[in-house]
Design a protein around this ligand. Structure first.
Ligand SMILES: NC(=O)c1ccc[n+]([C@@H]2O[C@H](COP(=O)([O-])OP(=O)(O)OC[C@H]3O[C@@H](n4cnc5c(N)ncnc54)[C@H](O)[C@@H]3O)[C@@H](O)[C@H]2O)c1
Length: 332
């Protein structure tokens, strides 16, 4: 690390999603944006104007050679991540790996193996895990003995599939896109603040429609915690919807993550009444309303702790996605 209190940071891949990472880097005082790289000259120029890195590069390897870096955000499409992530790890840099961490669980395993040889840390950008609303709900559920049931819904219209941002999902819509809510239900069912639940069995029904892109998945998952999860993801339906719910004994939370994040909470008295809880979620108890994956990763680097979304843990989510997409029925 060049300066004990500042992480020299770079971004590789300056496309549509990178603006969120540029924003979080700018908001995190312990990070300084040293460089950005993209093979697309127009996008690189836009990143230079909008996010003002000290230097820009068409070739990320030149950037790794020439800049004194601590931390690299790799924000390319999943099919382009592996060699770049391995190059960063070979240089012992801290790496943020965009979701999905590769196109297959085997690619994620390759990154995880390389990560074990690196002195740098790696976080997978499963950003739903770090939403303060999600963290506050998990806290309430864990205080009540943990999740007994959770579910995730992740639907999109066919018109979204035709957009450039969605063009890459064709090979596997669960891995490349709906993975967000596969991972989210693992996280909501997690038994401790740091741990996601591990699936032990899944029953998945896949019923793709005849139109290109109309992928449909319904799965029931049993977790090692005893909780049951249900996952639904349908492409080619009426609206883009991202919802989740999680239930503990006598307690329920319904999360809407479609646009503005919203949450309904309900609690029941034993043998008595049930009611909606009026008090807002306690976001301050989980890092505040601006907490995000970047502040968490900076904490992990400075405090030498492991991120909540490691590559090893992402391998579990990737295996579950593959099981859901393949219509697996039985133990995992
Ligand atoms: N977490 C979320 O909510 C969310 C939302 C959208 C996208 N994503 C993820 O973000 C990633 C990027 O998505 P996007 O929509 O920004 O894609 P994009 O295609 O707009 O951007 C990717 C960029 O990477 C660049 N690139 C490719 N190979 C490169 C290389 N070798 N060196 C330097 N640059 C290279 C491309 O030129 C492009 O500009 C994907 O993995 C996607 O799954 C996540």
């Amino acid at each position: 690390m060049s300066d004990d209190s500042i992480l020299n940071t770079a971004v590789i891949g300056c496309g549509g999603h990178a603006r969120h990472h540029f924003g979080m880097i700018a908001d995190e005082p312990r990070l300084h944006l040293v460089a950005a790289a993209d093979i697309d000259a127009t996008r690189l120029e836009q990143a230079k104007t909008q996010h003002r890195p000290d230097r820009t590069f068409a070739d990320y390897r030149e950037m790794l050679d020439q800049c004194d870096l601590d931390l690299v955000y790799v924000v390319t499409m999943p099919g382009h991540l592996l060699p770049i992530v391995l190059d960063c790890m070979a240089r012992h840099l801290h790496v943020s790996v965009e979701k999905s961490p590769g196109m297959t669980s085997a690619e994620t395993e390759q990154m995880a193996t390389a990560g074990r040889e690196s002195r740098g840390k790696a976080i997978v950008s499963f950003n739903r895990r770090y939403f303060p609303e999600v963290l506050a709900v998990r806290r309430l559920v864990q205080e009540r003995g943990g999740a007994v049931h959770c579910s995730g819904t992740y639907n999109k219209t066919l018109s979204l599939i035709g957009t450039p941002a969605m063009a890459g999902i064709a090979p596997d819509p669960v891995i490349c896109d709906a993975i967000h809510h596969v991972d989210l239900i693992r996280w909501l069912a997690g038994p401790t603040p740091e741990r996601a639940a591990r699936p032990v069995a899944v029953h998945s029904e896949v019923a793709d429609g005849e139109r290109a892109g109309s992928h449909r998945h319904n799965a029931v998952i049993r977790f090692d915690t005893g909780a049951i999860g249900t996952f639904m993801s349908h492409y080619g339906v009426g609206f883009r919807i991202q919802r989740a719910e999680v239930h503990a004994e006598d307690f329920s939370a319904y999360l809407d993550l479609t646009r503005e994040r919203a949450c309904e909470l309900y609690a029941a008295e034993r043998g008595g009444s049930s009611s909606a809880l009026d008090e807002p979620l306690d976001l301050d108890a989980v890092g505040g309303p601006n907490f995000n994956e970047t502040s968490h990763f900076a904490n992990c680097i400075f405090e030498d702790t492991e991120p909540w979304s490691t590559l090893d843990d992402a391998v579990v989510t990737m295996h579950l996605c593959e099981a859901i997409r393949s219509g697996h029925k039985g133990p995992l």
